[in-house]
Ligand binder design. Structure first.
Ligand SMILES: Cc1cc2nc3c(=O)[nH]c(=O)nc-3n(C[C@H](O)[C@H](O)[C@H](O)COP(=O)(O)OP(=O)(O)OC[C@H]3O[C@@H](n4cnc5c(N)ncnc54)[C@H](O)[C@@H]3O)c2cc1C
Length: 383
């Protein structure tokens, strides 16, 4: 299904597709094998303004609308989701919360650096004992004469080992999660360290790290928003993060379909291309439907974002559907490729491994369903 994109959106899609084909796709397999962060590609993307995303031009951004931004994420993800992860975190989890909650000084200080890729950002919410149950985080920010002292540990933080800036969500009052706060922590601050996490199923070329905050002293202006707004900052970040993850999933689903159609026309069994077998077409048809549905749900959320309207429900629906659909499509793509699908000669096995995390991070599929169910019933099934 094609959409009536405007000129800018078509241009962004073309540029992103071209960059993805030339610079991202060719080394994706090797980076995955080596678990190598795509530093050189990230640098180039920064120079090309690809981290400008939806950030307004006055702060060094590209001022894209949300549909154009989704197209960028889709195209890059189709080539390599690990590279898409950098865009998602940089723009959706770090830059847009600063845009929404930051002071003018914070925006002027950090957004231009993030938009050029001079600085990489990360978003630290999850902890060893608190993922879905956000309110149980233990990282603590103690008020000091000059600012705050942070102690705690964050885990599974994308970009955590390569970032210059971290948004850290912390408690400020023991036993009172309503007093959570968000902090802009420069990772060069004494007491801040990170440890890379290896052995992931997928997204092997993206950097994922544990953050250790050991008496990290930050000045008063490091507070992002107000004390008591930490949860709101986190949820606003996730509203955007889930959107770019959904767009990334659409890229994986589309890549799965395109690879499957090409292979199914080429591979012959029983005297005809496997594309001519009805059970193979059934898998392809399901992918087509999943991709159309994903795109429609994604663009509905994007349009609401463009209009500045509430979109938490629609973004959760998109994230739930797109992530599950990407897993289904990649899985069927492996099936269509037969034995070859089980090998990294083709991208489809990487697609499945990379898609799998999207049903877990930025709120698991179960959590998305509880949010959707909460909207439907008016009853929240979790705090
Ligand atoms: C590669 C990767 C990158 C990540 N990047 C980041 C990042 O940049 N920043 C960040 O802060 N975090 C990040 N995360 C963490 C991610 O967001 C969490 O893993 C996720 O939110 C789930 O939390 P958990 O792992 O603690 O699982 P848990 O919360 O322990 O959940 C375990 C299982 O229980 C289910 N469950 C939990 N509660 C309920 C309930 N009430 N009802 C029904 N089922 C429930 C879950 O759905 C899940 O199936 C990343 C994770 C990965 C794997």
């Amino acid at each position: 299904m094609d959409f009536d994109l405007n000129e800018t959106q078509r241009l962004i899609r073309r540029q992103a597709a071209d960059f993805a084909a030339r610079r991202v796709a060719p080394g994706a397999r090797q980076r995955d094998i080596e678990g190598r962060y795509p530093a050189e590609i990230v640098k180039e993307m920064g120079a090309l303004g690809m981290f400008g995303g939806v950030v307004p031009e006055e702060y060094g951004g590209a001022g894209l609308d949300y549909i154009a931004f989704a197209l960028l994420c889709e195209e890059i993800s189709r080539a390599d989701s690990s590279v898409r992860t950098v865009i998602s975190v940089q723009i959706s989890l770090v830059a847009t919360p600063i845009l929404k909650f930051g002071t003018e000084e914070q925006k002027r200080k950090y957004l231009p650096r993030l938009c050029t890729g001079e600085w990489i950002g990360c978003f630290g919410l999850t902890e060893p004992d608190a993922g879905s149950d956000v309110q149980q985080i233990k990282t603590f920010a103690q008020k000091t004469a000059s600012g705050w002292r942070l102690n705690g540990r964050k885990i599974w933080i994308s970009n955590g080992g390569v970032a210059q800036l971290a948004i850290v969500i912390a408690q400020t009052e023991r036993g009172n999660p309503r007093r959570m706060a968000a902090f802009l922590v420069e990772t060069s601050t004494p007491g801040f360290s990170s440890r890379d996490i290896h052995g992931k199923l997928g997204l092997r070329a993206s950097n994922t790290a544990e953050l250790i905050l050991d008496g990290v002293e930050v000045p008063g202006p490091a507070l992002l928003g107000e004390v008591g707004q930490g949860f709101a900052v986190a949820m606003a970040a996730l509203d955007n993060g889930r959107y770019s993850v959904s767009a990334g999933c659409l890229g994986i689903a589309r890549g799965s379909l395109e690879a499957s159609v090409a292979y199914a026309k080429e591979r012959h069994t029983f005297g005809k291309p496997i594309a001519a077998h009805q059970l193979v077409q059934e898998m392809i048809a399901r992918m087509v439907v999943d991709i159309d549905a994903s795109r429609l749900l994604l663009y509905r959320a994007g349009e609401l974002k463009n209009q500045g309207k509430p979109n938490t429900l629609e973004t959760c629906i998109a994230k739930y559907y797109c992530s599950e659909a990407a897993v289904r499509c990649a899985n069927d793509a492996i099936q269509i490729h037969g034995g070859m699908g089980y090998s990294n000669e083709y991208s489809v096995e990487r697609y499945l491994r990379d898609a799998r995390v999207a049903t877990i991070y930025e709120g698991t599929s179960q959590i998305q369903k509880l949010i959707i169910g909460g909207f439907a019933t008016g009853i929240r099934a979790f705090a």
